[in-house]
Design a protein around this ligand. Structure first.
Ligand code: CA
Length: 232
């Protein structure tokens, strides 16, 4: 695993380097935005820690350039300011997370692990949850080794929920991801498709559940064994 630190302050760079090396990364450092962009284009990094206050440019410009070039490397922003607007702009520009300076080393470690884990999950060819396996290359769903047929909308819907298991995903996000357009928020197309997926999963005895969060969206979770079953 290789990581890039974009940082002009030696103390902060040293702290980030120490944390990343402890996490097993080989670490490169850029002290300017220009150098950072050049390195990102030339190297396949697994994580980037990006300072916003750089000598030649704002870290936000670096963030935007990275995503404009189609690089999906997870980026954690370090910000010296306590200004919410900057943080929001960084997240909108495609940053995966942010921390205020100076970060607590243990928290920096945990955040880096989390963004890398999320990115790995995004790249995974197979999404596995309990006895459910979604093969992203062949676009097939298996429950207990048996294929379950899904429609061209049901499959990406389930895929997005599996990618974000245990997190509540809004109807709007599902509409944008799966239907690639903005529907009338009153539309029940998501609910109808989720209901169909649920019926198919239940018929195949899948051990995952998709629950509705009233007025918000849906969450996919591994089914909990009924309490007391182990004593039976
Ligand atoms: Ca700085």
């Amino acid at each position: 695993m290789r990581a890039l630190i974009v940082e002009d302050e030696p103390t902060s760079a040293l702290l980030s380097r120490h944390v990343l090396e402890q996490e097993g990364f080989v670490v490169d450092q850029a002290v300017t935005g220009q150098a950072a962009i050049a390195l990102v284009l030339a190297t396949d990094y697994d994580a980037i820690i990006l300072d916003l206050g750089l000598p030649d440019t704002n870290g936000l410009a670096v963030m935007e350039a990275i995503r404009r070039e189609g690089r999906t490397t997870p980026v954690l922003i370090l910000t010296g300011t306590h200004d919410a607007e900057t943080t929001v702009r960084a997240l909108d520009a495609g940053a995966d997370d942010y921390l205020r300076k100076p970060p607590v080393p243990e928290e920096l470690s945990a955040r880096v692990r989390a963004i890398v884990r999320r990115a790995t999950r995004q790249r995974a060819e197979q999404l596995v949850c309990g006895n459910v396996v979604l093969d992203r290359l062949s676009r097939q769903l298996f429950v207990n080794g048996t294929e379950v047929s899904l429609t061209s909308k049901e499959l990406p819907l389930l895929e997005h929920l599996l990618l974000n298991r245990d997190q509540v995903i809004t109807r709007t996000e599902l509409l944008e991801r799966v239907w690639d357009m903005h529907f009338d928020p009153g539309s029940n197309v998501v609910d109808v498709n989720v209901a169909r997926i649920r019926r198919k999963l239940s018929a195949a005895r899948a051990d995952i559940v998709i629950s509705a969060r009233r007025g918000v969206g849906f969450v996919l979770q591994l089914e909990q064994a009924p309490t007391g079953a182990s004593q039976a």
